[in-house]
Unconditional design. Structure first.
Length: 280
């Protein structure tokens, strides 16, 4: 075989290694360029022209390899980039949904708090309508201590201690201690201590030396002891000389004797006088 025949075979093998399948897809012009008579050696062959042709073929092969590598690289990067964009979009959507939910929760919480506060402010003191009282009269002696609620259709005298609510249809007289709310037709405390609301359909009398920590609601009231709470009375209120009141008084009329101490507001909201018309 001639020199160029061997060179052609070596070059074909090299191109096949660089570009797989190139043997099947070889450009016809490329085959024509490599066509050399195997059995003869032409003395008038221009070696420099042949070498330049080979250089051109090598450059073309290198360009094809670079183009295939770039295509493969782009094909690998695009899915990753698309996946990254999709992940970022999903994260933003989740973050926006979370912010919207938190905003709705804050709005609902504020509305609930506002409604509860308004309801609490507008809540009036409870009222009580007593049932007919019986002639029974229960006495809790000074040595007795009751834990739990106590209820009677008649009157009750509390000289001992009751830890619970007390309800009676008659008069409730307290000279001992009640830790709870009391409901009665009449209420009288003499040197007693009551921690709870006092609700009566009649008169409430807080004697000297008595301490009531809680609101009072009645048709009339005479205060000679200490009261820490609001007093809501449909009729008149008398605040005696020895009285100490820490709270607001709402009534039809108020009589404050010299020496009484009141820390709060007094309002004759139940008076029959139209105050607005006087200044109108």
């Amino acid at each position: 075989m001639g020199f160029f025949k061997d060179f052609k075979d070596d070059l074909s093998e090299a191109v096949d290694e660089l570009i797989p399948g190139s043997a099947q897809e070889t450009d016809p012009a490329f085959e024509e360029e490599l066509a050399v008579t195997p059995d003869t050696f032409e003395t008038d062959l221009n070696v420099e022209d042949e070498l330049s042709k080979l250089d051109g073929l090598l450059e073309q092969a290198a360009k094809n390899v670079s183009a295939e590598e770039k295509s493969a690289s782009d094909a690998g990067e695009r899915p990753d980039k698309a996946a990254a964009d999709t992940s970022t979009l999903q994260q933003r959507t989740d973050r926006n949904d979370k912010q919207i939910k938190e905003s709705r929760m804050d709005t609902n919480t504020n509305e609930t708090t506002t409604t509860a506060t308004a309801a609490q402010e507008a809540k009036p003191l409870p009222t009580f309508e007593s049932s007919p009282a019986s002639d029974e009269n229960a006495v809790i002696t000074s040595g007795m201590k009751i834990t739990g609620d106590l209820e009677s259709t008649g009157s009750i005298e509390v000289e001992g201690t009751i830890n619970g609510n007390v309800r009676c249809n008659g008069k409730l007289t307290v000279t001992g201690l009640i830790n709870g709310n009391s409901t009665s037709a009449e209420f009288f405390a003499d040197s007693a201590k009551v921690e709870g609301e006092v609700l009566s359909s009649g008169t409430v009398k807080i004697g000297v030396g008595s301490v009531v920590i809680g609101n009072i609601s009645a048709s009339s009231a005479v205060i000679a002891g200490a009261v820490k709470g609001d007093i809501d009375v449909q009729g008149p209120v008398v605040v005696d000389t020895s009285a100490v009141v820490m709270g607001n008084i709402k009534s039809r009329s108020v009589q404050i004797n010299n020496g009484a101490v009141i820390e709060g507001f007094c309002s004759q909201a139940y008076a029959e006088v139209d105050v607005a018309s006087v200044f109108g």
